[in-house]
Design a protein. Structure first.
Length: 115
């Protein structure tokens, strides 16, 4: 059963962007029938860019800091990362946070959303 992710973020070097291909790869993990808004976070050495479900974001008053307490510690310390790239917010909503490239190439997160 495919889990309903509310957000997909791609990690890259601090203050670097993502390519169009990398953005599209993030969208492939999200339900196609929902609307999304861009969102970004920055840690000590890593930035994350991606999309959050519009209705969910509206429920949080379009405030990116609503999720910052859960996302930024992962960006700031690799020991907070997990192998799957899937994380859960305190309200039970799941999100994806994965590296999108490795040494200039597309990075396969290994995340399987068909479980």
């Amino acid at each position: 059963m495919m889990e309903q992710l509310i957000m997909a973020l791609g990690m890259t070097e601090l203050c670097r962007g993502l390519t169009a291909v990398e953005y599209r790869s993030l969208l492939e993990h999200l339900p196609a029938d929902k609307e999304y808004m861009p969102i970004e976070y920055h840690g000590n050495n890593t930035s994350a860019y991606g999309f959050v479900e519009a209705d969910y974001y509206e429920q949080h008053n379009f405030d990116p800091t609503s999720f910052e307490i859960d996302v930024v510690p992962i960006l700031e310390d690799a020991r907070n990362e997990n192998k799957s790239g899937k994380y859960r917010l305190p309200d039970g909503a799941d999100f994806l946070l994965v590296y999108v490239r490795k040494k200039g190439e597309q990075y396969d997160s290994g995340y399987d959303d068909t479980e």
